[in-house]
Design a protein. Structure first.
Length: 568
């Protein structure tokens, strides 16, 4: 079923849009993966920076412990050392020196604000549980007007000394420096522990919880961990990479529209071309049919004759639309006797058809006034001149008398006929004069041949045997083989089989095939016949004896049966 151009265009558009959608999704997926990878690296880098801050914090507390140990826990040196590390210029809001023992911890010195201390104060289990390993211990976030993060370090060999620090925790967003090449434009939140609950938020650069696509990293923080959450409000990839999915989608949509329009236009043109091709094919067949009908109309009906069986076929060339110049004719002259003509005009079209008709009716006229076949051909030369008419004609004219057992032939540039008898086929030996219309030095002569008691004579035009790029002998051999293989069949069957065999490959030229078959009892045949000039010729008898005689046609030498050929 033929689809409409619009439907085909819609299918193309849908197909291109589907491919575009897949490509756009792939571009988006690649861009999203690239953003995710970049964000993961940025969060890892932020965790690395924060890890350095944790190490610095631990070092500061350890240094404060070393000062206390070196001064035997003297208050003034410790406070003087701690004063430089108190906010706003330092790290801590409060830095204290404690001593632990069997009972509650003892507060020895404090720099900065008063320590808030974990639940239980100096008696808190946090202090009693510290180990002298110089490792950072985290007490947690202490609530108040401003939350504080409490940490402590117990130096090794410190005789129970503990350095305790509290830092202000500000969960309010603290914007990053936009000029920061490493983390500018990124949002971060740092949580104490492995969860991201709000009461464990230490700091953030945007309202928590941070929205959008996030990446998480953890780092050790004393006896617990810090969880870093990062997000990128803006794509981290290049603007071109970010816009690539939209570029693909836009370009694909435009291509879909253009492709649909182009396919629709091409489909419409194809439909128009197919209609024109169908019309041309119909007109071609119509013109060829008209040409064939006209050609057949210009050819005679095959007559019925006593003593002769006749069959004729005409096939137009497959490459031509014009009428051709091939023709045949047959004029009865009595029981078993007729004059037959096969001819071919050079060229095609109306000039060839007109010349063919004039020559055909001229032959009939000359024969009607009693001219010999050689005289007829001589007079045809006066009707056509290749220099003037730009045409010539090949003509084979023969006079066959089956009762007399004779055949007279005149070949003017045409192929001699083929005789089939006794399961054999042979081309008759007949001199070939120049074609009609071509200047000839002497009038054409008739060749006289004796016929066997029974046989079939085939006269044809060159379209039956000639093929482009092929030697003429090959075509003649093919004709001989086809005739021999069909011998014994009814005459119409022979003609049909020969035409079918030799034109199966699509002959490009018109083809005429005329067949005559006779079967004559020599006991009933006349002993002699008289030429149109009144001369007597004897017939070869069934026993092989030949009576002699002589005679001349009008203006043409005619061999008698004694000097002629006996065809068996």
């Amino acid at each position: 079923m033929t689809r409409s151009p619009r439907r085909i265009g819609a299918l193309v558009a849908v197909g291109v849009l589907a491919i575009t959608a897949v490509l756009a999704w792939l571009a988006w997926r690649v861009e999203a993966d690239a953003n995710e990878n970049l964000l993961d690296r940025q969060v890892e880098q932020a965790a690395s920076v924060l890890r350095g801050g944790v190490s610095l914090l631990q070092v500061q507390l350890v240094d404060a412990g070393q000062v206390a140990m070196a001064t035997d826990a003297a208050t003034e040196p410790f406070e003087r050392f701690a004063a430089g590390r108190i906010s706003p210029a330092g790290t801590f809001a409060s830095l204290s020196l404690l001593r632990t023992g069997d009972g509650p911890a003892e507060l020895l010195a404090t720099a900065g604000e008063e320590p808030r201390l974990p639940d239980g104060g100096l008696e808190s289990s946090f202090f009693t549980g510290l180990m002298p390993d110089a490792q950072l211990a985290v007490a947690g976030i202490l609530p108040g007007d401003t939350d504080r993060l409490a940490v402590a370090v117990m130096p090794r060999d410190g005789a129970g000394l503990v350095v305790y620090a509290e830092s202000v925790v500000s969960p309010e967003p603290q914007p990053t420096d936009p000029d920061d090449a490493a983390f500018g434009g990124l949002d971060f939140a740092v949580y104490l522990g492995r969860t991201t609950v709000a009461d464990q938020l230490l700091l953030s650069t945007a309202p928590a919880p941070i929205g959008g696509q996030t990446q998480t990293a953890t780092l050790p923080f004393g006896d617990t961990v810090l969880t870093v959450v990062g997000a990128a409000p803006e794509p981290l990839t290049s603007p071109l990479s970010t816009a690539l999915p939209w570029i693909v989608l836009g370009a694909g949509s435009a291509l879909a529209v253009a492709g649909a329009a182009g396919v629709t236009a091409l489909s419409r043109r194809q439909a128009v071309a197919e209609r024109l091709a169908a019309d041309n094919e119909r007109l071609y067949q119509q013109q060829r049919s008209i040409a064939g009908t006209l050609q057949h109309a210009m050819l005679p009906e095959v007559p019925r004759m006593d003593g002769l069986e006749i069959a004729a076929r005409y096939v137009a060339g497959v490459d031509e639309l014009d009428v051709g110049g091939d023709w045949f004719d047959l004029i009865p002259r009595g029981p078993g006797c007729c004059v037959f003509v096969v001819g071919d005009i050079s060229g095609r079209g109306l000039p060839a058809a007109t010349t063919m008709a004039s020559l055909r009716f001229a032959v009939r006229a000359y024969l009607a006034q009693g001219d010999d076949i050689a005289t007829v051909v001589a007079k045809l030369h006066r009707l056509l001149d290749v220099n003037t008419d730009h045409q010539f004609a090949t003509v084979l004219i023969g006079e066959l008398d089956s009762h007399a057992g004779r055949l007279r032939l005149v070949c003017a540039g045409h192929f001699p006929p083929l005789l089939v008898t006794g399961g054999r086929a042979r081309t008759l030996d007949c001199p070939v004069a120049p074609p009609v219309g071509v200047e000839t030095p002497a009038p054409p002569a008739a060749t006289e041949l004796a016929l066997p008691p029974a046989g079939t004579l085939l006269a044809f035009t060159d379209g039956l045997i000639e093929r482009r790029g092929e030697d003429i002998d090959t075509g003649l051999a093919r004709l001989h083989d086809a005739v021999v293989s069909a011998d014994g069949a009814p005459l119409d069957g022979i003609v049909d089989q020969v035409m079918r065999t030799l034109t199966a490959d699509g002959a490009t030229d018109d083809t005429v095939l005329l067949a005559l078959r006779w079967t004559t009892s020599r006991a009933d045949a006349p002993e002699s016949w008289t030429t149109p000039a009144g001369k007597r010729c004897d017939v070869k008898t069934a026993g092989g004896a030949t009576s002699s005689g002589s005679g001349d046609s009008e203006g043409a030498g005619t061999a008698n049966l004694t000097g002629g050929q006996a065809l068996t």
